[in-house]
Write a protein that binds this ligand. Structure first.
Ligand SMILES: O=C[C@H](O)[C@H](O)[C@H](O)COP(=O)(O)O
Length: 226
């Protein structure tokens, strides 16, 4: 296993320590959360009682595979704690998410959680957001017009996401536009402007949502940001 993968595993295990009996847990998506799912499955196997609300079909499948009880957002009153990864995170806990295309459901689950904690390796920790292209989820109808409107907000490039030569379709039937800003000087203002575009469903900027973050380093160290 590479040292980066070990860093992801460490932080996934660390997050599983936060799960207490009878909690409802929001479960994020991606290669870092994968390790959290394994650690949580181990705790459940050893007798812990809890249930999880998945943030994607991929996560739901993994949960079922590892015998973690699944609930849907509509079936719970609230979520005690959500653990999720990020593509970029700043010291102010501003995030870019959606590299895996799950941003819409991830944001809805996070918004209904009492606590939202991020797990990430050191490569995700940045001083300013924007080097990672910002994922934006859009309605397929008229997506080219939506793309033009985003380009007017100062992007150097906007790309329709594809996978294996086909347009990538999200779990909710939408497209993803990856927006290259290079550096996002004012994430709050950009978020507001993007959310005003008709046809745009959700933005991969998560601002003022995370309560804390575990950042893991390849030397085995874990730092907590809050
Ligand atoms: O849509 C995907 C999510 O926002 C992921 O949490 C994010 O892309 C980070 O994933 P990973 O842990 O695989 O880098």
């Amino acid at each position: 296993m590479s040292s980066n993968e070990q860093a992801k595993q460490l932080v996934g295990r660390k997050a599983a320590e936060l799960v207490k009996p009878n909690m409802t847990i929001g479960i994020g998506t991606g290669s870092t959360v994968y390790w959290f799912i394994l650690a949580l499955a181990e705790k459940i196997k050893n007798g812990l009682n809890c249930k999880g609300v998945p943030t994607s079909i991929a996560t739901k499948n993994l949960m079922q595979q590892h015998k973690i009880p699944v609930s849907e957002l509509n079936d719970v009153e609230f979520i005690d704690l959500t653990i999720d990864g990020a593509d970029e995170i700043t010291h102010q806990l501003q995030l870019i998410k959606g590299g895996g295309g799950a941003l819409l459901q991830e944001k809805m689950v996070a918004a209904n959680s009492k606590q939202f904690i991020i797990i990430a390796d050191e490569h995700k920790y940045v001083s300013k957001l924007g080097k990672f292209p910002l994922p934006v989820e859009v309605v397929p109808y008229g997506w080219k017009q939506t793309k033009h409107k985003i380009e007017h907000l100062g992007c150097t490039k906007v790309e329709l996401r594809e996978r294996d030569g086909q347009i990538f379709i999200t779990d909710h039937g939408h497209y993803i536009l990856d927006c290259y800003f290079n550096q996002i000087e004012d994430p709050t203002s950009l978020h507001f402007q993007l959310k005003n575009i008709p046809g745009l469903v959700e933005v991969g900027l998560f601002l003022g949502m995370a309560n804390g973050a575990f950042i893991s380093y390849s030397n085995g160290e874990i730092r907590y940001l809050s």
